[in-house]
Design a protein around this ligand. Structure first.
Ligand code: SF4
Length: 250
């Protein structure tokens, strides 16, 4: 896809969803980090269900450490790989206290040095907690980027580099959310809903579906993005929203 068409593609997604953000519930950068770590190979819905009571009593590294691994497991045992994830959350809490003054670092290198945090998780935290124009490539974005011709690549890193090269700067901060939600609700893995797709005119997928499909489930809320808030300012938990989800996590 050429840059001009890519710009139109992104502009159309942006117009359709002006305030994109993650569907993971969080209160502050620490709870965002924990939620993203827990979301690996799990749905946002399952993570939100577990973190709602958890974050009421453990929304800082100090409180998480005090909670301890076994009690943490009690909250997250419905999520896949919960034992490994519990260990990682406790260890990353300890490192945040010992090496970062109890704060989530803003540097990629420091984030990726935390247990359970890879490039994708770091990209989500940098984007959503610190308003960096990073694009985290999950399974949905990988599919959409390849299928549409927006940024074909054999690996998530290749797709990420391709997106960074072709997505205009003004769309970079929202691109992760626009593409992930598009993949989750419209350009789905099994059968893309091309009849309802707002970027159909720019998409280069040769096998578009034509039959009208039922309207896809959409996120219930389009409130202001978390990125618009100061990164260190805690806010009231976003508990009211119920979203349909059918993915692994971002
Ligand atoms: S036209 Fe179809 S394949 Fe292309 S982005 Fe839209 S839903 Fe996906």
């Amino acid at each position: 896809m050429d840059k001009r068409k890519a710009a139109r593609f992104m502009a159309r997604l942006a117009a359709d969803r002006p305030d994109p953000t993650t569907e993971l519930e969080f209160i502050n950068p620490f709870t965002l980090l924990v939620a993203v770590v827990l979301s690996a190979q799990a749905t946002d819905v399952s993570v939100n269900k577990a973190t709602e009571p958890l974050f009421k009593i453990a929304d800082t590294p100090e409180k998480m450490l005090a909670l301890g691994e076994e009690r943490l497991i009690g909250f997250i045992r419905t999520i896949g790989l919960f034992r490994t994830k519990a260990k990682n959350v406790i260890n990353l809490s300890r490192i945040l206290i010992e090496q970062h003054g109890g704060q989530v670092p803003r540097e990629r290198e420091a984030l990726e040095a935390l247990p359970g945090v890879g490039r994708k998780t770091a990209n989500v935290v940098l984007n959503t907690a610190f308003q960096e124009p990073t694009i985290a490539v999950d399974t949905h974005i990988f599919r959409v980027a390849n299928r549409t011709g927006l940024a074909p690549g054999k690996t998530p890193r290749e797709v990420e580099d391709g997106l960074n090269a072709i997505v205009p700067r003004r769309f970079k901060h929202g691109a992760h959310h626009w593409l992930i939600l598009h993949g989750r609700y419209i350009c789905t893995a099994r059968k893309p809903n091309c009849a309802a797709c707002v970027v159909r005119a720019y998409c280069e997928y040769p096998d578009k579906t034509d039959a009208a499909s039922p309207a896809p489930a959409r996120p219930a809320s389009r409130r202001a993005p978390a990125a618009a808030r100061p990164p260190s300012a805690p806010r009231a938990p976003r508990r009211a929203k119920k979203s349909a989800d059918s993915r692994r996590g971002a």
